[in-house]
Every structure is written in structure tokens, then in C-alpha cells.
Design a protein around this ligand. Structure first.
Ligand SMILES: Cc1cc2nc3c(=O)[nH]c(=O)nc-3n(C[C@H](O)[C@H](O)[C@H](O)COP(=O)(O)O)c2cc1C
Length: 189
């Protein structure tokens, strides 16, 4: 299986990177190919909401010629995309949100019988780290992700929230075990 991971933390060696590396390592050991895109180093503008992409439903037809196009093509090409982010104010980081907003280019005629998607039946998974616990904190992001998967006409492969992620030593063996379990689940093994 071809796996694409979107690393949404600005920190290259932070908690999200640690958790995502555990997941990627396990996926590779299960025989999958994994490519990571570190979003913070890429040039991704916000969506303009111009709907020009709707004029060519069969392609990623965004008028903004930045790095988002290449990343959206990678999402189309992958069997599974993992959206990884630290929780920033009860949501994902602006780096990840920008590519999510630009993924409007992948879907046409939402909320109509003609609803179509360039990633229909592809799988998506969510990996979040947060300084707090799940309750009264991470729920909105998980709800939004469920809706995003439906918008994509995709399939949710899995979701994981690692709470109490603060200093690097809080990324302990228990969290590693949860990350490995998550990787096995989304791998289908
Ligand atoms: C701007 C900012 C906003 C944050 N907002 C939240 C939040 O709403 N809920 C939470 O649990 N943690 C929050 N945190 C903590 C981070 O999500 C957490 O420490 C995370 O593991 C950091 O990951 P990183 O090292 O990959 O950046 C916030 C951190 C920052 C810097």
C-alpha cells in the first residue's frame, strides 16, 4: 500500500514528528511504502474560495500555482493519507488546515446527487498530539475529520489522539505502543 503522511507540525523534531515517525516505521516494517510531506517547508497558500477548480472536476484544477498542487496529486495517488498535527486551539495547525482547505479541488458537487471525488474510496487517517486530554479539547477536530472523510467520499482508516504530550520525555513507551497499534490498524493487519 502507498501511504502519504502530511506532517502538520511546524516542529521538525517535536511530539507530532516523534509519533508520526513511530507510525511510519511500523508501516514500513509491515511492507508499505511511506512518503512524508513536511508541510511547514512548503509554500501553500490559503484557499481563495473562487471555485475555479469546479470547472474541471476530473483534475486538481486550482488556479494557484504553488506547492499545494503537487501535494494534492500525491493525495490522489496514495492509497492512504495520514493527516498528522498537534492540536492548536482545538483544531489542526494552519499548515495542515491550508492543504485541507485547498483539497476542495478534489471534490465536486458536494451535497448533490452528482457529488464526485478524485479520492473516492481512498483511505484517510488522523493522528493528533495535544498537551491536554481528549475530553473538552480534541472532539471538534475528530468531528471535523469524520465530515472531511465523507466530503472526500473516502474511508476512515483510523484515528489516534495522544494526550499529555508536553516535553520530549512525555513521548514515552506507552505512547509508542499506541502509535504502533494505530499503524497496525490502519494497515489492515
Ligand atoms: C499555539 C499552540 C496551541 C495549542 N493548543 C492546544 C490545544 O488546544 N489543546 C491541546 O491539548 N494542546 C494544545 N497545544 C499543545 C500542543 O498541541 C502539544 O504540546 C503538541 O504535542 C505539540 O506538538 P509538536 O511538538 O509537534 O508541535 C498547543 C500548543 C501551541 C504551541
Amino acid at each position: 500500500m502507498k501511504v502519504l503522511t502530511l506532517q502538520g507540525s511546524p516542529k521538525k523534531k517535536g511530539n507530532t514528528a516523534t509519533a508520526l515517525n513511530w507510525v511510519e516505521e511500523e508501516l514500513r516494517s509491515l511492507g508499505h511504502t511511506v512518503e512524508q510531506v513536511y508541510l511547514n517547508s512548503r509554500n501553500i497558500n490559503g484557499c481563495l474560495g473562487c471555485a475555479k477548480c469546479k470547472e474541471k472536476p476530473g483534475e486538481v484544477g486550482c488556479i494557484q500555482k504553488d506547492d499545494a498542487l503537487e501535494i494534492l496529486e500525491k493525495i490522489v495517488d496514495a492509497d492512504l493519507t495520514i493527516f498528522a498535527s498537534p492540536l492548536y486551539f482545538w483544531g489542526v495547525t494552519s499548515q495542515l488546515k491550508a492543504i485541507i482547505d485547498r483539497s476542495w479541488s478534489l471534490v465536486t458537487n458536494y451535497h448533490t446527487p452528482e457529488h464526485s471525488s478524485l479520492i473516492e474510496n481512498k483511505r484517510q487517517a488522523l493522528l493528533l498530539t495535544g498537551g491536554g486530554e481528549f475530553e473538552n479539547n480534541a472532539e471538534p477536530t475528530f468531528t471535523a475529520f469524520d465530515r472531511l472523510v465523507k466530503f472526500y467520499k473516502g474511508k476512515k482508516a483510523g484515528e489516534l489522539f495522544l494526550g499529555s504530550c508536553k516535553t520530549p520525555d512525555t513521548m514515552d513507551i506507552k505512547k509508542k505502543e499506541l502509535a504502533i497499534e494505530f499503524a497496525k490498524k490502519i494497515s489492515g493487519k
